[in-house]
Design a protein around this ligand. Structure first.
Ligand SMILES: C[S@@+](CC[C@H](N)C(=O)[O-])C[C@H]1O[C@@H](n2cnc3c(N)ncnc32)[C@H](O)[C@@H]1O
Length: 301
């Protein structure tokens, strides 16, 4: 099958036969990615700190049955909770946030292949400022979509509408040539199934720019314990639609390595960069066949 926009063969969208190559780099991302060659990557996704003004922290707990436990649960059983570890990273840049991000966005543009796509994942705090900067770097015509990832979890405000979505800006390096394998997307249920036939209900619809998806469940198998981990379902959809098997992917704010997990599952290669030792520990556990490079200041590749 050939994609109407890109002219590319889209039969290569998923292949589990190719073994992915996954590289992890520990170090400041600007320093690391400045060493990569122009046009090396087909897809770049980044999920930088959102400038929440807080330390992002996640504490991992283990709860087990214990006769002397301090908590009484269902059917009167006693449980003991042990604190295993806390992982955290700083997320308070104040007014310097865009100054921090801008040189990294310029590098992302340089590193993209001529038909590559870039995704910037933020929330309402900084997304509008970042869009203005990206329009300057890529050109306004290269702005393809703002994807809204909507979820419904956590406390609700009584003084304003509770923010329950993130924003993912998509830029194509060349708005006339890019990968968009819509048929590779998972399909979503009809909202009013009684208005369409059984065949359509069974097939589902293609997604729009608004993606409903639960957050990573605090008790689910997917959870790595890394703060701000993004759901694999969201990142897998991006990877399936916007890249082909064997492509080179980059995430230089990699955290727990969700982009790498999606790449490994879908037969793509990925380079993951983070400056936190905690993040690298989590990624190595999650992606055991990945190779690790630690960069100290002054190294050149
Ligand atoms: C929001 S988290 C990414 C979460 C990730 N998408 C996931 O699913 O787990 C942002 C990450 O950026 C990293 N980071 C912040 N500043 C960095 C820098 N200058 N160089 C490399 N990594 C950085 C933090 O350590 C953190 O792991």
């Amino acid at each position: 099958m050939t994609d109407s926009k890109t002219g590319r063969n889209t039969d290569r969208t998923t292949s589990r036969t190719t073994r992915s190559s996954i590289e992890i780099h520990l170090g400041d991302n600007l320093e690391v990615i400045r060493g990569f060659a122009d046009g090396r990557f087909d897809l770049i996704y980044i999920d930088p700190p959102f400038n929440t003004g807080r330390r992002q922290r996640r504490t991992q707990l283990r709860t087990e049955l214990a006769d002397d436990g301090d908590r009484v649960g269902w059917s009167e059983k006693r449980y003991r909770t042990t604190r295993l570890a806390s992982r955290w990273f700083a997320d308070a840049f104040g007014d310097d946030y865009i100054a921090f991000l801008e040189p990294r966005l310029e590098e992302a543009h340089r590193l993209l292949a001529p038909d590559g796509s870039f995704f910037l994942h933020l929330d309402y705090r900084e997304v509008h400022y970042a869009k203005v900067v990206l329009d300057g770097i890529f050109g306004r015509a290269s702005f393809m979509n703002e994807i809204i990832w909507a979820y419904d979890y956590g406390a609700r405000s009584r003084t304003r509408w509770s923010p329950k979505h993130d924003n993912i800006l998509w830029y194509a390096k060349d708005p006339a040539h890019y990968t968009f394998n819509l048929d590779a997307a998972d399909r979503i249920p009809y909202m009013a199934p009684r208005l369409v036939g059984a065949e359509k209900v069974a097939r589902g619809k293609t997604p729009t720019d608004t993606w409903w998806h639960t957050i990573v469940s605090p008790n689910g198998k997917e959870k790595t314990g890394y703060p701000t981990q993004k759901p694999l379902g969201v990142i897998e959809r991006l990877v399936a639609v916007h890249s082909n098997a064997g492509d080179q992917l980059l995430d230089f704010f990699a955290g727990s390595g969700t982009l790498g997990a999606a790449a490994a599952k879908l037969g793509r290669n990925a380079v993951l960069v983070d400056d936190s030792g905690d993040a690298v520990d989590v990624m190595r556990k999650r992606l055991p066949h990945a190779t690790l490079t630690s960069r100290s200041a002054g190294d050149k590749q």
